[in-house]
Write a protein of this length. Sequence first.
Length: 540
Amino acid sequence: MRRVSGIEILEHSGADHAIDRVATGVAAFVGRTLKGPVNRPVRVGSFPEFQRLFGGLWQPSTLSYAVEQFFENGGSEAHIVRVVNGARPPTLSLPADGGQLTLVGLNPGSREYIRASVDYDSIGENEPDRFNLVVQRVRTPGSELIEDQEIFRRVSVQKETGRLVSDVLLDSRLARVAGTVPPVRPDRSTGSSGSQAVGYSHSNADGDDGGPLTDYDVIGSAAAGTGLFALKAAGGFNLLCIPPLTRDQDVGLGTLLIAARFCAEQHAMLVADPPLKWNSTQAILDALRDYPLRNENAVMYYPRILAFDRLRGRLETFGSCGAAAGMIARSDEACPVWTPAESEDAVLRPGLRPVLTVSEPERVRLSQAGVNTLLAVRTPGQPALTPRTLAAGNAGAADWRYLGARRLALFIAASVERGTRWLLFEPNGPAAWQRAQSQVQAFLDGLEAQGAFAGTVPEESYFAICDERINEPHTVAAGKIKVLFGFALTKPCDFHAFLVTHQSGASRCRPVSPSRLATAPHRLEWEIETAVLRGTSVEV
């Protein structure tokens, strides 16, 4: 893997390789957990792995239950971003001839258990400032089950050595130095019984879990890469879940609107929970008239779900986002994202069920309004309803009202944008443009052969352009390389067009002005020239 100004390029994704299809059904969760790193996306492949890294189920953490339901309902890969509100890490004190060297844990919370050991092995008598430091995270206090360990050899309490302990620990995953470094090195650690040559100093009981999250904690900062913006470093996800702030407090609409916009930039879908007050079909239909989250990058499944809470020992009501994301991911493993609704029925696995029953007429009305319905079982003869996005019922691209079509577009955009990053390493000229155009055409041709697009011949189904028409002299002079492509989802030659722009430090893929319907194949080239290319002349 190579990096150019923060952009990662896989070594096998060059001009001589086919564009890789990005993984689908990868969910991201942002919220509160019992322990773990803060504002850093961590991939987990199972709920036991989540338990090990983030502490498992915790009653104040709605995210922990959503992740459990994601994996229970068919999910297989998730990225977790832990956010906190006022949480503090524990401290640890190492005695130093009447003073002390104080360490502070990197991860906050009352379940962050660290310990440290000091020794002078291989340290000469003429090096009184030097010592070796071992820092460990353990599962529980007094446990020998070590979850992580770091060894720092020949660190010092003197800055001029170049090994000042506070500077060296800036690279630690576990701890930092708090306050000033004492003038003398810490004492050698001894076992508590006095019979052991080496012992450990354990962290103090001053770690704090903080308070319930606010919307500000979840949103975070785009500049600092915190909150949901930490997912920029996740390396690819396509479903975003933000569980309720608490069991009885919804995520704010402002947060959801920002999350949906962020999802559009990341080629992902926001899986939103139905608000708590949406407890009937009529209440939903009334609320949707003024609901601001009418967005093609958001999807909602109603109602909330009932699941057994292993901590409380009874059935409890939870938001549906985790289970819905798992169901979508399960479908992706069996069928491509553009498959018909019959293979994407919203059926929950045993152990999860809707909190209330929705009649068939109500299902239809909700679907038309953009809200999908979860089912506990599939009733024979029950008509399948095509999953919708929350854009359904609004003006705009009709194709984006359907979840399969929107996810297909996001999948293609992500694959092409990542698969053509090799252009950053090539001379910006016709030779590279032609290879990129052929590469994108081959990628779209493979999808067309699987029935992803409308049209009976490739010319009616998709196009790819990378030449002087979009890479004009001023574009090349600015260090930019552009690739234009489009595809037809429901009608031949009725293209959705996207423009990929690569430049040092930033690669992005954005939709360009929608093309008008080409009424006959012989008008295709004219339509591309006039209706699509015109939309690329001005950057937005």
